[in-house]
Write a protein that binds this ligand. Structure first.
Ligand SMILES: C[S@@+](CC[C@H](N)C(=O)[O-])C[C@H]1O[C@@H](n2cnc3c(N)ncnc32)[C@H](O)[C@@H]1O
Length: 219
């Protein structure tokens, strides 16, 4: 199996199971036009986030790593009418593009984009959040996990993206800070009795990677 096949299968899945979506297409186009990197979740992954948030009945969602707001749109659409989503983004340009994309999607009143380093913004937030999507700098994942736990309640769900990194996650001696960030996330979760988690490898248009999904089972 090759990247070409993985991409074709993703295209097939999205073509079969996702509806055409002008707001999401416009967000991708505007993000490309503004020169943002092509590192948003894939359409079928966005739908997975929407499904998970819907299945959990999330009313308050915290996202770390906004980019142009593509995953943010998927997640915000999973909220009930009185729901809210806070998303944290380090880069002011990314934040600005995201705000425009969210406004175009009719979600400006539902989503607050906060600009700054997540570790500076997290202490200013009030929990609990029902659902977390963590998709920023991977070397920060262990700290983001500790903050998410602090801002959670029993029953909260956490999703961390890019936890397989083309298989490099199994290299204990890796000098890649991003790989080591994911490894330390796994160690922190494994040592935390209040959380139960697993990770699933994925292949697709985004290559070989994976999601970690965690449930807060206690306080
Ligand atoms: C992979 S992208 C997010 C993609 C987005 N979740 C999506 O799927 O549409 C990661 C984002 O995290 C941001 N980021 C990196 N370091 C950060 C930090 N310390 N605090 C907050 N955001 C950060 C980057 O600027 C980038 O926009």
């Amino acid at each position: 199996m090759t990247q070409k096949t993985w991409t074709a299968v993703d295209d097939y899945i999205s073509g079969m199971l996702l509806q055409p979506d002008t707001a999401l297409d416009a967000a991708v186009e505007a993000s490309d036009a503004a020169g943002l990197p092509d590192i948003a979740v894939a359409p079928n992954q966005g739908k997975l986030l929407w499904l998970l948030a819907r299945m959990q009945g999330a009313k308050r969602i915290l996202e770390i790593g906004t980019l142009g707001g593509y995953s943010t749109i998927w997640l915000a659409r999973a909220l009930p009418p009185d729901g809210e989503l806070v998303t944290l983004e380090y880069d002011p340009k990314h934040s600005e593009v995201a705000r425009e994309n969210l406004a175009r999607a009719g979600l400006a009143d539902v989503v607050e984009v906060k600009t700054g380093a997540a570790l500076d913004l997290l202490p200013t937030l009030n929990g609990p959040f029902d659902f977390f999507f963590v998709d920023a700098n991977k070397d920060g994942y262990p700290d983001y996990f500790r903050w998410a736990l602090k801002l959670s309640r029993p029953g909260s769900v956490m999703v961390f993206d890019n936890v397989v990194r083309g298989g490099r996650v199994i290299d204990a001696k890796s000098t890649d800070a991003l790989v080591q960030g994911v490894r330390r996330l796994n160690e922190a979760i494994a040592a935390e009795p209040r959380v139960s988690a697993t990770a699933i490898q994925t292949v697709g248009v985004k290559g070989h990677d994976g999601f970690l999904i965690a449930l807060v089972t206690g306080c």
